[in-house]
Design a protein around this ligand. Structure first.
Ligand code: GLY
Length: 354
């Protein structure tokens, strides 16, 4: 299950070596319409990709469907065998769907991820979660199956806008909160381009921080690849965050995943403060950073019953009991926590008014 995560400063060389480690007959390269436009030009003249058959799917989560998956399988059938190799070049949608297509085609072919968004670099492309949305539920169908290699090259971060950088940064902040105080403090200090001016972002430092963030995730995934225990630490902010995402989806408004997770972390850190002793000064500093970076999620108390209902149906629960990952302090992870309806409503009040 162990995958090789490589920090690249020469994408062509690193990719050539990664491909050479995966003997194959045919080579496929999956992109979506956005990465076809913004990222394919970076790699398309690489000699190691000269024979690649490029497969293009629609972009965004709306296309993370059985139809797109079926299209990828059909393209793989154009000459693909059990000994073929697939490269996924894109954000989480491409690496999740492409990973699932590769894991199931002829019972599984090898694949390599080249994540192109901050979110997929620090989260989606690492750890082997693959899949598609189904029946109105996110990531409902899928398998755990790691890529052979994940190649991280910060060159792609420069193709992102502020919102997409901020979205990925929320998962980095989560990794800081579940690891140690030094990492958390560095994340709060970093200037992500206040006032949405990303020309000021220090991409070299961000690259180093990405490496630290991915190492945190790798350590946890190595210990618990299939999320029986400690991998649940990575769900911090996600129980409430997924409910916000689903609510936004139902109301046909767009909320990026990391924004929903950031707002979810505000609620879950509040629960941590009242239930597991998370220090209030660290709560205050983290909330201030999140409000400054992500603004506010617009919702009213009329939506609380629906949010609670959405949390109750989260696939991380057992026997209909809402499962939270909370913290006793930075790096002090408390998995499998519960909260009463009243405590959850208080946490939602805290996000709206706190
Ligand atoms: N996205 C959380 C995980 O990979 O477990």
């Amino acid at each position: 299950m162990k995958q090789e995560v490589i920090l690249s400063n020469n994408l062509e060389e690193i990719l050539e070596a990664a491909i050479a480690r995966c003997p194959h007959d045919r080579l496929f390269l999956l992109v979506d319409v956005t990465t076809q436009r913004l990222c394919l030009p970076v790699v398309q003249d690489f000699k190691c990709l000269a024979s690649a058959h490029v497969i293009v799917i629609g972009d965004t989560d709306e296309n993370k469907t059985l139809e797109s998956l079926s299209y990828v399988w059909q393209e793989l059938q154009r000459g693909g065998t059990r000994h073929s190799l697939m490269i996924n070049l894109g954000g989480g949608m491409v690496t999740d769907l492409g990973g699932f297509a590769a894991s199931t085609f002829k019972r599984g072919i090898q694949y390599i991820n080249i994540p192109t968004t901050l979110l997929s670099m620090v989260d989606a492309s690492v750890g082997g979660k693959t899949g598609i949305n189904f029946g109105g539920l996110k990531n409902e169908i899928g398998v755990f199956n790691c890529s052979q290699s994940v190649i991280l090259d910060t060159i792609f971060l420069r193709t992102l806008d502020y919102a997409n950088l901020a979205s990925g940064y929320a998962e980095m902040l989560k990794h800081g909160l579940i690891s140690n105080e030094q990492n958390w403090a560095e994340l709060l200090r970093f200037d992500l381009g206040n006032n949405h001016d990303i020309s000021q972002v220090d991409f070299k430092l961000l690259g180093e921080m990405v490496a630290t963030s991915v190492a945190i995730k790798e350590r946890i995934v190595d210990e618990d690849p299939t999320e029986k225990g400690i991998r649940k630490a990575l769900n911090l902010g996600h129980t409430v965050g997924h409910a916000f995402e689903s609510l936004a989806m139902q109301e046909k408004r767009t909320v990026l995943h990391g924004y929903a997770v950031a707002w979810g972390m505000v609620c879950e850190l509040y629960l941590s403060a009242i239930k597991t002793g998370f220090p209030t000064d660290k709560l205050r500093q983290t909330v201030q950073f999140i409000k400054q970076t992500y603004g506010e999620f617009q919702f009213t108390c009329k939506e609380y019953p629906l949010l609670l209902e959405l949390m109750t149906h989260d696939k991380k629960n057992t026997a209909g009991i809402i499962n939270f990952t909370l913290l006793g302090g930075i790096g002090d992870i408390r998995i499998n926590q519960t909260a009463t309806k009243q405590e959850i409503e208080e946490a939602l009040d805290f996000l709206r008014e706190g």
